[in-house]
Design a protein around this ligand. Structure first.
Ligand code: IMP
Length: 210
């Protein structure tokens, strides 16, 4: 079975990615399944640049396999796009709770449409032959005034989805996957992988039969 290395160590992302890719005829690995790997620095100015940096940087770890990387975050237009690519290290705060507190502080004087926000995810796939593919997902919502719910991870207790009528912190995994930026991007990756694996399968069967 071909390997797919998904280059992340974030447990929240891993849980969602594992669920969204379940049943594919690929062995899914994450960075923590490999011996200590030097970290690729996220020096890009956009999610796309960072996803490409990570996918290219980690591609050599798995010659002959697929390597994917995802960069994601939450964007608040009224804050000039913050936290954006700095979502994981917003204000230098060390954990989700204190980053959420900082976001609420920064938005204390904002109401209504000014509380609009979106999550974005960019996934870059490096194929065994060296080709590079990009998949995107975005979900729009609002930043709640107080955290609600303990599900999900990161900014989920603050991310209110209007048609769901609750924050992602209160959503089931199925509800979040159906609507989320990561759900959209990983479903696009999944259907691409399904199509290439289907094309490859007859060749592999021929090789194995002699
Ligand atoms: P990175 O892609 O590893 O740089 O980090 C993405 C960061 O964006 C996470 O650490 C979270 O703070 C935030 N983020 C991305 N996706 C989600 C999500 O689905 N829920 C909550 N926070 C998220």
């Amino acid at each position: 079975m071909t390997d797919l290395l998904f280059a992340t160590t974030n447990p929240g992302k891993q849980r969602e990615i594992r669920g969204l890719l379940s049943g594919l005829p690929l062995r899914l690995l994450f960075l923590n399944d490999l011996p200590a790997v030097p970290e690729v620095e996220e020096t890009g100015a956009t999610f796309e640049e960072n996803a490409r940096l990570k996918a290219r940087g980690y591609a050599a770890l798995l010659p002959g396999g697929y390597v994917a990387a995802e960069d994601s975050g939450i964007v608040v237009p009224a804050l000039g796009g913050e936290p954006g690519v700095y979502s994981a290290r917003f204000g230098g705060r060390p954990d989700d709770l204190s980053r959420n507190e900082l976001l609420l502080e920064r938005m204390a004087s904002l109401d209504g449409e000014a509380r609009a926000a979106y999550y974005e995810a960019i996934v870059v796939l490096m194929e065994p032959g060296g080709a590079e593919r990009l998949f995107r997902g975005r979900v729009h919502g609002f930043i709640a005034k107080v955290p609600e719910g303990e599900r999900g991870f990161g900014y989920d207790p603050l991310f209110y989805h209007p048609s769901l009528g609750k924050t992602f912190g209160r959503a089931s995994q199925e509800e979040k996957d159906r609507l989320s930026h990561r759900g959209e991007a990983i479903r696009a990756l999944r259907s691409y992988l399904e199509s290439v694996l289907k094309e490859r399968a007859p060749d592999e069967a021929r090789e194995e039969n002699g």
